[in-house]
Design a protein around this ligand. Structure first.
Ligand code: CA
Ligand code: CA
Length: 634
């Protein structure tokens, strides 16, 4: 937390005590969608998880662990960067929104301490060719899926290792193929542990099961656990339901594989192992008899008490996750802790464990004292936001805001874990406190950016794939204008270097302004805080040109929001620009390409477009295409 900077003195002693020995290895296994009540030791009547149950008994299990966000991508950002959802760079769950260049992560902090760093599974914090790729954020190697849509298939034509494609034989995407991706991901992660057994390592396993299409090979050992079960033979129960249970048991088997390998390598006492879910459970496979889902992910099987909501919601059902940590000899076995914490706390915890430098602006708080039996600092509050929802937990109180209704609900979690009884009317003072926290903790999202989208779009398409693995043609509707000029610099040779803002949520990316496709457009940010003029875009032409003019094609979809009125074009041979524009123009409500020509050509490689106003007088900026006219300098 920003206001919390002092660590108790004895913790420094603790950290330096650890430093004297070998730095501990860290394994962090996070199963995608595995829910709070979907484990056998939580009483689930269907799903079998013997290894996870044993792990919980051998270490510490948490009853009040929370996700940082209720969906995949934002929570991965909360986890990796130690920022809560009001400060995180990734808040959209579109699959590829990137971390900003240079943002510190758990991996970069541990790498600086000499750790070997590997990630295996689903990244979700930046697609290929973006500022968010894992190998630019501290990972020596990351193998698996970068984009979340890609991760829906267990039989994609390829996976990604450090931004390069690794072909999976016999796969064409979708639900069947020859190479089950998760096996490859686990193998590579286990190999990483073997290869780095001599030095401290951080092995991050954000594995995808049981999320995605519910596919698991018929000969997976997980099925053995269900041989005697009648329900698994019941033809009235859908195969996907059975597969889901087997996938959770496969994750259980994977946890066993990791623990067995550590024991085989003699690393058990040198390695701290975390196992958690990622977000709250989704009420999957609902029916009249089972309205909260077949497996009841948010229903306590022992007493029937429910968590309200589920994945995507800021009620308890969307945020509660299973969480446990095992470290023989260091963490006392058989512990159950009700410490209230969330994913942003993992970064400072691991940093403290490794004696690594943790950035000063983290929202998380180390829970290492709880793990090792010390005095634990508590969060004065936890903060969440997602889309139109916002929530604060302070002590036993939880406030939940639906921004569309603009009214807070208030619950006493000690008495009402199901968040049924809204006490906002009775406690206006507490609601005011919640409001003040929410106001202070929210800043507009500033995600990173892509230099190009081609490979990222290809990864998304790989979910379904085809024999040739080519993306399908994009649907094109309506007649559009084009920029035409014999000296038009080919858009394909240009790159976006910088953009003041882009509206990521509805895919109005900056790269759309130079993709030679009049159907796609760049729009300045209007979701999550409207970005104001001037809107700026910096284009790298790739080489020096004698630049003689610019063309502007306004959006072609019938709307005029963001259409440029006053605009300045600056040029330079370096990415630094002076103050004087090469040309200024005022454009109108015109669908054909409009021109701004220079008096004399100027040699330049970089162009800055500065938009000062919009045709409707609104604060927006948008462009279907921006063309640069010039001749290559030889
Ligand atoms: Ca998830
Ligand atoms: Ca375009």
């Amino acid at each position: 937390m920003r206001f919390f900077t002092l660590f108790p003195v004895f913790l420094f002693g603790l950290a330096s005590g650890l430093l004297a020995e070998r730095l501990p290895n860290i394994v962090y296994i996070m199963s995608d969608e595995l829910a709070y009540y979907e484990l056998s030791h939580m009483g689930n009547p269907y799903i079998k998880t013997p290894r996870i149950d044993r792990m919980a008994a051998e270490g510490i299990r948490f009853t009040h662990a929370y996700a940082g966000s209720p969906v995949c991508a934002p929570l991965r950002c909360n986890l990796m960067t130690g920022k809560h959802a009001g400060h995180a760079s990734v808040r959209a769950n579109d699959g590829g929104t990137p971390l900003r260049a240079g943002e510190p992560t758990i991996a970069s902090a541990l790498k600086a301490k000499g750790y070997a760093t590997g990630g295996f599974g689903k990244w979700g914090c930046g697609g290929r060719d973006s500022t968010g790729v894992p190998e630019k954020h501290g990972f020596d190697v990351f193998f698996g899926y970068y984009d979340q849509v890609h991760a829906h298939s267990f039989y994609p034509p390829y996976l990604i290792r450090n931004s390069e494609e690794v072909v999976l034989e016999g796969n064409i995407g979708g639900r069947s193929g020859k190479t089950y991706s998760h096996y490859r991901i686990m193998e590579e992660g286990l190999d990483f542990i073997r290869a780095n057994k001599e030095k401290p390592f951080f092995c991050y396993f954000p594995i995808t099961p049981p999320h995605g299409m519910f596919d698991i090979p018929a000969d997976d050992p997980a099925w053995d656990l269900y041989k005697g079960e009648e329900w698994i033979r019941d033809p009235a129960i859908k195969q996907d339901v059975k597969n889901y249970a087997a996938m959770v048991s496969m994750v259980d088997h994977n946890v066993g594989q990791v623990l067995d390998l550590l024991s085989e390598l003699g690393l058990e006492k040198d390695t701290i192992v975390f196992f958690t879910g990622d977000n709250g459970g989704q009420d999957r496979f609902r029916s009249k008899e089972k309205p909260r889902g077949f497996f009841g992910p948010n229903v306590n099987p022992v007493n029937g008490v429910e968590f309200r909501g589920g994945k995507g919601s800021l009620y308890e059902g969307g945020l509660r996750i299973s969480s446990m940590v095992r470290w023989p000899g260091r963490i006392k076995s058989g512990q159950v802790s009700d410490l209230v914490f969330y994913q942003p706390d993992v970064f400072p915890t691991l940093a403290e464990l490794a004696g690594a430098k943790s950035p000063g602006d983290l929202d998380g708080l180390s829970f290492l004292p709880t793990l090792l039996g010390g005095k634990q600092q508590k969060h004065p509050f936890l903060y969440w936001e997602f889309g139109n929802q916002c929530a604060v937990r302070a002590g036993n109180w939880k406030g939940v805001l639906d921004r569309k209704k603009e009214s807070w609900e208030l619950f006493d979690l000690d008495k009402d874990i199901s968040e049924k009884k809204n006490l906002a009317g009775e406690h206006p003072d507490i609601v005011s406190r919640m409001k003040a926290i929410a106001l202070r903790e929210h800043t507009p999202a500033e995600p990173g950016m892509f230099t190009q989208r081609t490979r990222h779009e290809r990864d998304r398409w790989a979910k379904w794939g085809n024999a040739k693995n080519q993306p399908p043609p994009k649907p094109k509707r309506g007649k559009v204008q084009k920029i035409k000029d014999k000296d038009l610099i080919p858009p394909k040779s240009m790159k976006i270097l910088k953009v003041s803002s882009e509206n990521i949520g509805n895919v109005k990316w900056a790269v759309n302004a130079i993709d030679d496709d009049p159907h796609t457009l760049w729009h300045s940010r209007f979701s999550d805080g409207v970005a104001k003029h001037p809107h700026e875009l910096v284009i790298d032409l790739g080489k020096n040109y004698a630049v003689s003019g610019f063309r502007y094609l306004a959006r072609q979809d019938g709307g005029w929001n963001g259409a440029f009125a006053e605009v300045e074009f600056l040029v330079s041979v370096t990415p630094q620009f002076g103050k004087v524009p090469a040309v200024k123009a005022t454009f109108g409500k015109v669908r054909t390409a409009q021109s701004a020509d220079l008096k004399e050509p100027i040699t330049a490689r970089y162009v800055k477009v500065r938009v000062l106003s919009e045709v409707n007088g609104q604060p927006f900026g948008s462009a279907a295409e921006i063309g640069v006219i010039g001749r290559l300098q030889r």
